[in-house]
Design a protein around this ligand. Structure first.
Ligand SMILES: *[C@@H]1O[C@H](CO)[C@@H](O)[C@H](O)[C@H]1NC(C)=O
Ligand SMILES: *[C@@H]1O[C@H](CO)[C@@H](O)[C@H](O)[C@H]1NC(C)=O
Ligand SMILES: *[C@@H]1O[C@H](CO)[C@@H](O)[C@H](O)[C@H]1NC(C)=O
Ligand SMILES: *[C@@H]1O[C@H](CO)[C@@H](O)[C@H](O)[C@H]1NC(C)=O
Ligand SMILES: *[C@@H]1O[C@H](CO)[C@@H](O)[C@H](O)[C@H]1NC(C)=O
Ligand SMILES: *[C@@H]1O[C@H](CO)[C@@H](O)[C@H](O)[C@H]1NC(C)=O
Ligand SMILES: *[C@@H]1O[C@H](CO)[C@@H](O)[C@H](O)[C@H]1NC(C)=O
Ligand SMILES: [Fe+2]
Length: 569
């Protein structure tokens, strides 16, 4: 209650002295500010108050400095280990609380010509761990690999990575701090001691406290601002919704560009500078060696190379709980974090109803027990409900293929990146406001070196020609868009004002924090980089209504074997 905080403001002792009248005025002013804040804090809106009238926060011109990449001379991106000591250490979750992945890199990458890749078998993959720092009495081993980024074109340089190690720890207790060291004890080359905390057990009453969600990160000075704000919010888990390092905004000789395709149109292939991945891994190690990260792929991870191989750095460097979640692909998988079931979808692999991903998704959804994981959260890179001009309706084919399935299983929230700005939707399904549709949130505002998205498709002259909206990589450039058939935008491809499905939008860098409180309430807070750490740029309780919106509908249940509880895969 706001009134209970009042007594802490003491009145001046001697109010009749002139000096103190001034201070009384000051005190009263402070009191009223505190009251106003208290009132605001209590009035966090909930989705039950919606649908909300669309809000656009006007562009703050004072925050338009260019996003500049950290140079390779920055100490935070340089190699600080020797020989085969581990670097770029990170933790990822497996599909259930009792298991995590530890990943790291040993040995030096090489870039240039006539490279001789390292032998991944030459360095062992061992993790020693335990609940006491002084007693790392458990041991796990894993696998290692090296990847190459090859450009068989005159003048371009090849890259071969250090040895990448992935080790899965199993049999872990929920919500427990584990200490670990990784490396090869026989060289010897073990890392220092790090620690991570496992997720709580999956149940309707246990949730991780804070999940940070961020996309389109890159490695600029703005990224470092986003990351330090994120750290100050003490996340238990980080979700990266695609577009990681932006290594593809560089030539193989290390020359960078904000728009590679504009500046180097004559390049025989879209080059990358793979050391940017190593820089990113080094910069992030202090966070990721402690806080687990879960990633979905973005278009910047495509990174085509010789023999049309794509996504090689992405699939080699991160560990994904694909096998553990019944997926045959690193591009889509699922996992539990307490009472939340996360579905990580691939926008840049087939999402057709006849494809493997769709079949996997149907099965995964059918196996979700909402008594155990009441919350169902889906993420992928390219948003379905963004109203910015950049990438407007680019993912329509994916939406047309998958939206009804996600809706029928009652997905509560969707997180996306790709569009370099922030936007939160009203509950929506098939472009129609629907109290049982998910809330779609775009957080592609991590701070990468490309431009921030500012223009909206509904502003005069900004509606793209429909045939130009599909993306080559997403759905093979197929066009699935159509003009709206009803509502104020009937007959047109764009609205002429902020669409009713868009609740709030703002062009600023930042990150979000999801705090699931119980089986009905989750607090979502968007933090802007220009604000104090704890200030909210947007805040709302996302409220589930399982009675109004039943999940796992009969039609699906009838066709499926009865979902098994706590199924182990
Ligand atoms: C990015 O960071 C620079 C300082 O490095 C700052 O001037 C600029 O305002 C930031 N941009 C945004 C959009 O926050
Ligand atoms: C890079 O690798 C390709 C494929 O092996 C090879 O054809 C090319 O000559 C290599 N380039 C350099 C600069 O070594
Ligand atoms: C890299 O290549 C580009 C394009 O050929 C050239 O403009 C640039 O000067 C080169 N940079 C370095 C550091 O060699
Ligand atoms: C590989 O890519 C090149 C250049 O884009 C294209 O011409 C060729 O057909 C592709 N090859 C295969 C096997 O897809
Ligand atoms: C979605 O809306 C479109 C037209 O706006 C309609 O043709 C289509 O059948 C709807 N899809 C579903 C699954 O309701
Ligand atoms: C769809 O709407 C756009 C304008 O938003 C218009 O240019 C186009 O002709 C319309 N297409 C159809 C098939 O009506
Ligand atoms: C769930 O959490 C919200 C927000 O903290 C609270 O208002 C609500 O009473 C809680 N519901 C239950 C059933 O505990
Ligand atoms: Fe993207």
């Amino acid at each position: 209650m706001a009134s209970s905080s009042l007594p802490s403001i003491s009145l001046p002792v001697n109010v009749f002295e002139l000096n103190n009248i001034l201070s009384l005025v000051l005190t009263l002013t402070i009191t009223s500010i505190l009251l106003a804040n208290g009132a605001m804090a209590m009035a966090i809106p909930t989705t039950l108050d919606g649908p909300f009238k669309p809000v656009t926060i006007p562009l703050d011109e004072s925050f338009r400095g260019n996003a500049i990449d950290l140079p390779d001379t920055d100490p935070r991106v340089q190699r600080t280990v020797e020989g085969f000591e581990p670097e770029q250490i990170s933790v990822s979750l497996s599909s259930t609380h009792d298991s995590v992945w530890i990943s790291w890199i040993t040995g030096e990458f090489q870039i240039g010509n006539n490279l001789k890749p390292l032998d991944p078998k030459s360095v062992a993959s061992v993790v020693r761990y335990g609940t006491l720092r002084s007693q790392l009495n458990r041991r796990a081993t894993g696998h290692s690999l090296v990847y190459n980024q090859l450009y068989p074109f005159l003048g371009l340089q090849n890259y071969t990575s250090g040895i990448i190690h992935h080790v899965r720890l199993t049999g872990l207790k929920p919500d427990t701090l584990y200490h670990y060291q990784c490396g090869d004890p026989s060289i010897p080359a073990m890392s220092g001691a790090y620690c991570f905390r496992t997720m709580p057990d999956s149940s309707s009453t246990s949730y991780p406290s804070r999940i940070a969600i961020v996309g389109d990160v890159g490695l600029t000075y703005n990224t470092t601002s986003t990351v330090s704000h994120m750290i100050s919010n003490r996340p238990d888990l980080i979700l990266l919704v695609g577009d990681v390092t932006y290594a593809n905004l560089y030539l193989t000789n290390g020359t960078g560009s904000d728009c590679y395709a504009c500046s180097f149109a004559n390049s025989p292939i879209h080059e990358t500078y793979q050391p940017r991945w190593d820089y990113w891994g080094r910069y992030m190690q202090p966070v990721l060696s402690k806080v687990p990260i879960m990633v979905v792929e973005g278009n910047h991870e495509y990174e085509e190379q010789a023999e049309n191989r794509t996504f090689i750095a992405y699939t080699s460097r991160f560990a994904f709980p694909s096998k553990e979640s019944g997926s045959l692909s690193k591009f889509y998988y699922s996992f539990n974090a307490g009472g939340i079931h996360f579905i990580m979808l691939g926008a840049y692999v087939s999402f057709d109803k006849s494809g493997d991903q769709y079949k996997w998704l149907e099965e995964d959804l059918a196996n979700v027990d909402r008594e155990v994981t009441p919350w169902l959260v889906a993420t992928w890179h390219a948003p379905w409900y963004s109203t910015y001009k950049a990438h407007y309706r680019e993912a329509e084919c994916m939406r047309v293929a998958m939206e009804d399935l996600l809706y029928k299983y009652g997905v509560d929230v969707v997180f996306n990146g790709h569009v370099h700005a922030y936007e939160r939707s009203n509950r929506v399904y098939n472009y129609t406001l629907d109290p049982c549709g998910p809330v779609h949130i775009t957080v592609g505002d991590g701070g990468n070196r490309e431009k921030m998205a500012v223009p909206h498709a509904d502003e005069p002259g900004n509606c793209p020609e429909p045939s130009t909206t599909p993306d080559k990589i997403l759905g093979g450039g197929k066009f699935c868009g159509f003009n709206f058939t009803s509502g104020p935008a009937a007959g047109k491809f764009c609205w002429d004002r902020q669409p009713d499905y868009s609740a709030f939008r703002e062009s600023s860098f930042g990150h979000g924090i999801l705090e699931v409180k119980n089986k009905t309430h989750a607090l979502w807070t968007w933090h802007r980089n220009q604000d104090f750490y704890e200030a909210a740029g947007d805040q709302i309780y996302i409220v589930r209504q399982p009675d109004l919106c039943p999940v796992q509908p009969e039609t699906y249940r009838l066709n499926k074997p009865k979902p098994q509880k706590a199924k182990r895969r």
